[in-house]
Design a protein around this ligand. Structure first.
Ligand code: URA
Length: 271
């Protein structure tokens, strides 16, 4: 591959800017400055651009702990909103990366960012029913009846009933109706909490319940979990994806941070 193409593929700038910079002596291959943008290069060469090493790999795989406020889209599709690709450092921002699957703007947690379309297709294919585990904080009292309804399949539209989902109740808190809940805080990870505003849901003169649950779904319909709870009269206040198939969110990855997948994680995804 040509040197300028490789640098452009890695998202390091436009092809014409890269050509100019190479001619100015900003690229080095195996320790020597190279001024020919068309120089043939291979992955095994030590390539530097502006003195920074360029890691060229055909496929890249990153585990991101998505924070709220970012849309699951690539730069090209966005409309002035921050995308999950914006969370990557410049060195990693190759142009062909995309999120494998979507989380809502306000959903947090595990997102795989890759340029491997085949792997993404395998993970997301509706026929494969890959398990996706979420932690949710729900307004309302989640009961064993709800657990049974989720197991039987929740109907979210007239013509769509979800596959059976596993719902596990972690905690149900009851507050009396004069409790001050302006800043309800819930734990969302070993080192993180989130403040939830439930003022819009508060019932008049009735006790109020907030439930924490874990839910496993095997599809990926738009707003699926929110719609499933809505169907049983409850509202999702906070949602975080914990795993997708064999890939588990690294608990040491703080919100907004990402890392490369390990070889083991990648091998497990390819099994
Ligand atoms: N279900 C939802 O409602 N939202 C998500 O982001 C993921 C699953």
């Amino acid at each position: 591959m040509r040197l300028d193409k490789l640098l452009a593929d890695m998202g390091l700038g436009t092809r014409s800017d890269i050509k100019k910079n190479i001619r100015k002596g900003k690229a080095a291959v195996n320790g020597s400055i190279v001024k020919d943008p068309g120089m043939p290069v291979t992955e095994s060469m030590d390539i530097r651009y502006f003195d920074r090493p360029v890691y060229h790999e055909e496929y890249s795989y990153y585990m991101l702990n998505k924070p709220a406020g970012y849309i699951s889209a690539t730069k090209d599709e966005n409309s002035g909103q921050m995308t999950v690709i914006d969370l990557l450092d410049e060195e990693q921002k190759r142009t062909d990366l995309f999120p494998a699957g979507r989380l809502d703007k306000d959903t947090e947690g595990l997102l795989l960012i890759t340029n491997d379309g085949q792997l993404a297709h395998r993970l997301l294919s509706p026929k494969r029913h890959v398990d996706k585990v979420y932690y949710a904080c729900v307004f309302g009292e989640v009961t064993r009846t709800d657990v049974a309804s989720f197991r039987n399949g929740i109907t979210i539209t007239e013509d769509f009933t979800c596959l059976p989902a596993d719902l596990r109740i972690l905690n149900v808190k009851k507050y009396d109706n004069n409790a001050d809940l302006t800043d309800l805080t819930i734990k969302t990870g070993s080192d993180s909490t989130v403040k939830i505003d439930i003022s819009g849901f508060r019932p008049e003169n009735a006790p109020l319940y907030v439930s924490e649950v874990e839910i496993v779904i095997r599809e990926g319909k738009f707003h699926q979990i929110k719609r499933m709870f809505h169907a049983v009269g409850k509202e999702v206040l906070y949602l975080k994806r914990l795993s997708m198939g064999p890939l588990v969110l690294d608990p040491s990855l703080r919100s907004g941070k990402y890392r490369r997948l390990t070889e083991k994680e990648l091998a497990d995804l390819n099994k």
